[in-house]
Design a protein around this ligand. Structure first.
Ligand code: SF4
Length: 500
């Protein structure tokens, strides 16, 4: 695939994306945003492409550019593997000034040769970056020559950072898969219920909570695109009967084009929350239209929901009525509301950044008339919303944890850096456990006490001390001791309340 202006315009104007629909037209089209020199973009197109492809675990991912591009994204996502770990090694051609002047193609060829010889990957994905795109290295020619010589698929990924946003990079990754990978191998056998999961990256192992459910009802996941995927399975994805896009429109171009090229319909589903998980299973069965499959799905939902109700009861008792501000992106803005509601938690505000018009409509419905939507969440804005709503907890991405600390409320990380799997029925228990631990941690009582230096002359620190002069060294030392020794109730160990 040559990265032409026409190709970029086509992807930016992807008709499957809500931002491009008539109703969805707005001034804030995330995928249309141009990179602003000197401003943090929240990931470049190269970053977006590597997010979408690196989870292919038995492939090597080679960044053709200065070493800093690799450092930009390598290892920042907890996308887990159940087998090969080739993808975990960061490979880069680490261009020097000389390569930039004389061209980096020879260096790239040597790097591919070294990777194939030392690691025998199932394939090598080669990513262009700003520098190598600007100096005009012919990625396609080098990849083609190396593939011919070594008999290993070498896939060029044209997603130099300057072409646009992370979102556009996701789509460019989808194009690379469509052009070079999907349809290049046949599965040993097919079943009537073969599906692909698109846009599920197995962060913290979330997909492993869901795969057994599909297996139980007889749905085969032919290809995971791309969480915990093997290269070969992505090659066979064109034989699936249904594409299930998971909580992400990032690869919408891929789903739409597979429908055009291979006649595979697609649906968008979420794995977060009991209702959404139930709906996902039902919708897949409905799409296949098989009565027996529908029955198996209903039976599974009934048994899973009954077991879950029992396991969640102690958590619901402790979490019910808590007020939460949610600040995350895209579809998680509504799918997590649904999961929180299942636990009796009241989401009082949520963000609408990167949300499509369809997402926003769902958010409105789930939040109710009093819910607040946050378009741009600067720390000041978030602090204001937390104060205004009297929120007990902030659920957001890692970088917002300091905002929560400033507001002296607990925080739960929901973004790609998280270490806990919240998807599927199992994920609900994990989420409830994490929320319970965060909310009832004894630290919050201490954090909300006044600091010794904030205590006025003669004022008691913990509110029940006898008044003193407060200005002698001895009294200040005593104040500090007392603060450190403040007795706070310790939350009951969760194993005792739920037996989970
Ligand atoms: S590809 Fe360009 S924008 Fe992205 S990390 Fe490299 S130099 Fe920066």
């Amino acid at each position: 695939m040559k990265l032409t202006r026409g190709k970029i315009t086509e992807l930016v104007n992807e008709p499957g994306c809500e931002h491009n629909s008539k109703e969805g037209q707005s001034n804030k089209k995330a995928c249309k945003q141009q990179a602003q020199p000197g401003a943090a973009q929240g990931g470049c197109a190269f970053d977006g492409a590597s997010i979408a492809l690196v989870p292919i675990t038995d492939a090597a991912h080679l960044v053709h550019g200065p070493i800093a591009c690799s450092g930009n994204s390598w290892g920042s996502r907890g996308s887990l593997s159940s087998g090969p770990v080739t993808y975990k090694t960061g490979f880069t051609t680490d261009l020097s000034e000389n390569d930039i002047i004389f061209g980096g193609e020879k260096r790239l060829y040597k790097a591919i040769a070294q990777i194939v010889k030392n690691h025998q990957p199932a394939a090598v994905f080669v990513y262009s970056t700003c520098v190598t795109a600007l100096i005009g290295d012919d990625l396609d020619a080098v990849c083609q020559a190396a593939a011919k010589k070594y008999g290993t698929p070498i896939i060029p990924v044209h997603a130099a950072g300057f072409v646009g946003s992370k979102n556009l990079g996701n789509r460019l990754a989808g194009e690379a898969l469509l052009d070079h990978v999907v349809g290049t191998a046949e599965p040993e056998y097919t079943t009537p219920f073969d599906i692909n999961l698109i846009g599920e990256y197995n962060i913290a192992g979330e997909m492993w909570n869901v795969l057994p459910l599909f297996e139980k009802v007889g749905i085969r996941v032919l290809a995971k695109i791309t969480g915990d995927a093997r290269y070969q399975e992505v090659c066979q994805a064109h034989r699936a009967k249904l594409n299930v896009m998971i909580c992400s429109k990032a690869l919408i171009n891929m789903a739409r084009k597979m429908e055009e090229q291979y006649d595979i319909p697609f649906i968008e589903e979420s794995f977060y929350g009991i209702d959404d998980m139930n709906r996902c299973l039902r919708n897949i069965a409905e799409k296949f239209g098989d009565a027996e499959l529908k029955q198996r799905v209903e039976k599974l939902i009934a048994s899973e929901n009954a077991a879950l109700d029992q396991k969640l009861a102690p958590y619901r008792a402790r979490l019910g009525g808590k007020r939460v501000v949610l600040y995350t992106g895209g579809v998680k803005s509504w799918s997590i509301i649904s999961a929180a509601k299942d636990l009796g938690i009241d989401v009082v505000a949520t963000s609408t950044k990167k949300s499509t018009e369809e997402d926003k409509a769902r958010i409105k419905k789930l939040l109710g008339k009093d819910g607040i939507t946050i378009e741009k969440g600067s720390p000041q804005e978030l602090l204001k919303v937390i104060e205004q709503t009297g929120a007990d907890l902030l659920i957001a991405g890692g970088r917002n944890q300091y905002t929560a600390l400033k507001a002296r409320i607990p925080f739960l990380d929901i973004n790609q850096e998280r270490h806990h799997a919240y998807a599927g029925y199992e994920g609900m228990i994990e989420m409830a456990k994490e929320l319970e631990e965060a909310l009832y941690s004894p630290i919050w009582q201490q954090v909300r006490c006044s600091a010794p230096w904030e205590v006025g002359i003669g004022e008691p620190i913990a509110g029940n001390r006898e008044q003193g002069t407060g200005n002698s060294d001895q009294e200040i030392a005593n104040s500090e001791k007392e603060l450190i020794g403040t007795v706070v109730p310790v939350a009951e160990p969760i194993a005792e309340i739920g037996g989970v």
